[in-house]
Design a binder for this molecule. Structure first.
Ligand code: SME
Length: 165
């Protein structure tokens, strides 16, 4: 049994460090990227309070050629399956290669509402050899739930996962 229980009294930086430690322990030596994304989605859900969606979109072939984001392992309500680069918060992160920290999703042009409860969002690209291979997407029902510190913590997680998903 894996029992990675976060201490909810921890400061965010320490919580992020423990999240990365748990993700490292769970994914080290496991070559199956889907299994690793599934376990990390579960860890994100357990470690980070006040979320309504946590998971991955992967860069994958589009039906009409080229590439787009395709839904990966997650925790939360069923979500839209395919997102073109440049569309929505996830597509903006994948298209630019930059973290998207959105305090108010209603003010983000083109935001894709998979769950009407979402009010703020953090999307961090996962890059391998400089290319975006996936994004980590976190949604919260609270406005401005995510800080720059959260972004840095999830960026560290993305770096850890780069060659494990
Ligand atoms: N809100 C995202 C879509 C994915 S769901 O939040 C799970 C977006 O605008 O890209």
């Amino acid at each position: 049994m894996y029992d990675f229980r976060p201490d909810e009294t921890l400061a965010p930086a320490e919580l992020h460090w423990q999240l990365c430690e748990a993700a490292d322990a769970l994914t080290e030596g496991e070559p199956d990227g889907i299994a690793n994304m599934a376990n990390v989605a579960a860890l994100l859900w357990e470690f980070l309070p006040d979320l309504n969606w946590a998971g991955f979109y992967r860069v994958a072939p589009a039906k009409s050629g080229g590439h787009e984001l395709v839904l990966g392992p997650f925790v939360g309500r069923p979500a839209c399956i395919r997102i073109p680069f440049g569309t929505g918060v996830c597509g903006a992160a994948a298209g630019s290669g930059e973290t998207q920290l959105v305090e108010d999703v209603h003010a983000f042009p083109g935001h894709i509402a998979c769950d009407a409860a979402s009010r703020s969002e953090l999307v961090v690209p996962v890059k391998r050899e400089g290319r975006v291979v996936a994004v980590i997407d976190l949604d919260s029902p609270s406005p401005a739930r995510f800080s720059r510190e959260d972004a840095r913590g999830i960026e560290a997680l993305a770096a850890l996962l780069a060659d494990r998903i």
